[in-house]
Write a protein that binds this ligand. Structure first.
Ligand SMILES: Cc1cc2nc3c(=O)[nH]c(=O)nc-3n(C[C@H](O)[C@H](O)[C@H](O)COP(=O)(O)O)c2cc1C
Ligand code: SF4
Length: 501
């Protein structure tokens, strides 16, 4: 039946926690949820946690959230500073990276991404300063405030120069994703020499971050970008592909160099702990401007599937954490115990990566109740935490929980399934959501992220990211008008070739 999108319960319409729990029960979705949120000093959200000598003053974390609003030479603008100030307003004691910063120009995911360059030392120090200032204004003290910088190269999703013009650099040829980004020859495949030179750029970037006062760098291994792609480079030959040892050489060589140029700098890793196949809108249930529900790309001819990490090769729709566990054990041997658990990629399986009720303009209708996506992320983090109790794990994917996020967050912390609760999209609309909850203040319903996906749709249409529907900074502005017009006029082509995060 064309265009018939599945309907799931809108969480905002559930009247209270009891109704939410009843819904979970009725649909056999396994998510813990506490009836009452504890506030004040006994709040589980406010307890400190220590990792490798780094004391994190509470359990609230802010995920990296990029804004596509830097200058063409990769420097922050007023909008970037504002976003970092708002990260500070969250009351979170752990800022995981601020946003993805490309270690060099050709690794940018969009022509407005921050990028390491001649002014980065000063720029990053100023970004960190406004963040600390705002954090102190909110919480009253800087003690226990831990700030990282996420370092990245966008690999398959590079778009450094012109909006919409992809310039992919890949680790291996991919039977499904190559055509989505215009890879049609081996010219886009990085040589071992290219990779060694890039690793040196990570070392330089880490030193810049250390000198600018950051506590740690995240060597990003998620969301389909270059670091993540190495982990599934089964089909690559040479030093950086094939066996597990080669597929993790990129990480090891980066970390080795970071330890030598910035010995006091901590290292964390944001990891897509599991993956799935690339999805697309069901062609039989789509029409122009109205994508149908997501379905996996045909894959039977590709079994056993050799292009994924954290997937079952015989059924790549299922996760398999075997190698993920091996990878975290390796991180432990490298002295890395700060891990941010995410999954998949916003480019090819957004329902796994950021469960949403409303899809982005180049996405598809949810193929499942988005709560199942949240539960899957929760499960993966839980399994890893059980295996590695000494690591500090930051969980991801909670924005979809809306009013019930503080209840679930508290339950997850109380059960020890995760160490810190990371805020993604909701930090754009309501940074202080968990801080309010932990202080007994009522939730500000009008600011709660409803997963409208405009913050993802805007960059897909060449605009800066932000919460257009709920943040007054964008509401009613020319940018908002442009987003509306772009959505109305969106062409499938433009959507396919635009940046993600
Ligand atoms: C606008 C936008 C920008 C993002 N930027 C980054 C980024 O720079 N680095 C990163 O690792 N993840 C990025 N993400 C993913 C989020 O950090 C987070 O994993 C995701 O939104 C799911 O968490 P949530 O349910 O709380 O939103 C971004 C997501 C959005 C919507
Ligand atoms: S645009 Fe705002 S409400 Fe929509 S998903 Fe992004 S943060 Fe949430």
């Amino acid at each position: 039946m064309a265009n018939e999108a599945p309907t799931y319960q809108r969480l905002g319409a559930l009247k209270d926690v009891a109704a939410f729990r009843a819904y979970l029960r009725a649909n056999e979705i396994d998510l813990p949820c506490e009836d009452a949120v504890v506030s004040g000093p006994d709040s589980p959200l406010l307890r400190p946690v220590t990792v490798d000598g780094l004391r994190i003053g509470n359990r609230i974390a802010v995920h990296p959230m990029e804004g596509w609003d830097g200058t063409s030479d990769g420097r922050p603008t007023e909008a970037t500073f504002r976003r970092w100030r708002r990260f500070g307003q969250s009351g979170a004691k752990l800022i995981w990276g601020g946003e993805a910063v490309a270690v060099r120009h050709d690794g940018r995911a969009n022509p407005n991404q921050l990028c390491i360059g001649p002014n980065s030392g000063d720029d990053l120090r100023r970004l960190r300063e406004v963040l600390v200032e705002e954090h102190v204004r909110t919480t009253g003290l800087a003690e226990g405030f831990v700030v990282g910088l996420q370092l990245t190269h966008s690999g398959r999703y590079c778009c450094p120069n012109v909006k919409g013009r992809m310039e992919p650099r890949v680790v291996y040829r991919h039977p499904i994703l190559d055509k989505r980004v215009g890879v049609d020859s081996d010219a886009a495949v990085m040589t071992d020499g290219d990779i060694r030179r890039l690793i040196e750029d990570y070392h330089i970037a880490a030193k810049v971050a250390a000198d600018a006062g950051f506590d740690f760098v995240d060597v990003k291994h998620c969301h389909g970008y270059l670091g993540h792609e190495f982990l599934s480079a089964h089909t690559r030959e040479g030093d950086y592909g094939g066996v597990f040892e080669n597929r993790t050489r990129f990480l090891r060589e980066i970390v080795e160099g970071v330890r030598s140029v910035a010995p006091k700098l901590h290292v964390g890793v944001r990891l897509s702990a599991f993956d799935t196949l690339p999805f697309r809108p069901n062609p039989d249930r789509s029409s122009p401007g109205k994508p149908g529900p997501g379905v996996p790309e045909p894959y039977q001819h590709l079994l056993p599937y050799r292009w994924g990490f954290g997937v079952d090769a015989n059924n790549p729709l299922e996760m398999d954490l075997g190698e993920t566990i091996e990878f975290i054990a390796l991180l432990g041997r490298l002295g890395i115990r700060l891990i941010n658990v995410t999954a998949g990629s916003p480019y090819y399986c957004p329902h796994v990566q950021r469960p949403a009720f409303y899809p982005p303009s180049d996405g598809y209708q949810p193929p499942e109740d988005p709560l199942r996506g949240v539960a899957r992320l929760v499960d993966a983090a839980r399994e890893l935490k059980v295996r590695f109790p000494d690591c500090v794990f930051v969980g991801t994917g909670y924005s979809y929980l809306q009013e019930f996020m503080p209840h679930v967050a508290q339950a997850l912390l109380a059960k020890g399934w995760v160490d810190c609760v990371g805020l993604g999209r909701v930090v754009l609309s309501y940074p202080e959501v968990l801080w309010d909850a932990a202080h007994g203040r009522p939730q500000q319903a009008k600011k709660i992220c409803r997963t409208f996906s405009d913050c993802t749709t805007a960059p897909r249409n060449g605009l800066p990211s932000g919460c257009y529907p709920l943040d007054d900074y964008y509401k009613g502005t020319a940018l908002h008008g442009r987003l509306r017009a772009a959505k109305a006029a969106k062409s499938a082509d433009a959507a396919r070739s635009a940046p993600g995060d």
